[in-house]
Ligand binder design. Structure first.
Ligand code: FEO
Length: 173
């Protein structure tokens, strides 16, 4: 049994995760245009991971007898001047997501909704990794420089990223 307030909040977060997926898909395309195939791969993998997050929320809400609604109408910005700009926007965005997850968790605690607290624990841990990945890439890019050989080295590293679905995931793509 989940409250209407809790399911509404989770549904709203599902839409935010969907926005995240679309944001990273656009960034993948922008990286491709900049000639950064490795970074394009990294962002495409990130897009797929975000769709896993969407589907986790979708499955949880369905299992609680809730019909989801798609309300996201935010257009995704389509132009970025550099990889460093995209990574900094990515880190800012992920910090916002972490704050949303913390608020959801707090709401579940207030409502004594133990099932939702357990469900959200995976997201709490995931956000640590997400922010850390972004910070790591930003630091490296600042060290080597956002142009020339340096960026090609980072691009090569980003090209190694492989999508791995978490165990038991519902794949959307
Ligand atoms: Fe789904 Fe990147 O948080």
């Amino acid at each position: 049994m989940i409250s209407k307030q809790m399911s509404d909040s989770l549904n709203e977060h599902l839409n935010i995760e969907l926005f995240s997926a679309h944001l990273y898909l656009v960034m993948s395309s922008c990286c491709n245009e900049l000639g950064l195939k490795g970074a394009a791969n990294w962002y495409y993998v990130q897009y797929r991971e975000e769709m896993i997050h969407v589907m986790k929320l979708y499955t949880y809400l369905n299992e609680q007898g809730i019909v989801i609604s798609i309300t996201a109408k935010n257009a995704v910005p389509g132009k970025y001047s550099s990889l460093l700009e995209m990574l900094q926007i990515t880190l800012d965005h992920e910090q916002m997501i972490t704050s949303c997850i913390n608020n959801l968790f707090e709401q579940a605690v207030q409502e004594k909704d133990h099932a939702t607290q357990i469900f959200l624990q995976w997201f709490v841990t995931e956000q640590i990794e997400e922010e850390n990945n972004d910070r790591d890439l930003i630091a490296k890019l600042k060290l080597v420089g956002d142009s020339g050989h340096g960026i090609l080295m980072i691009d090569g590293e980003m090209g190694q990223r492989v999508f791995v679905a978490p165990p038991g995931s519902v794949l959307a793509v």
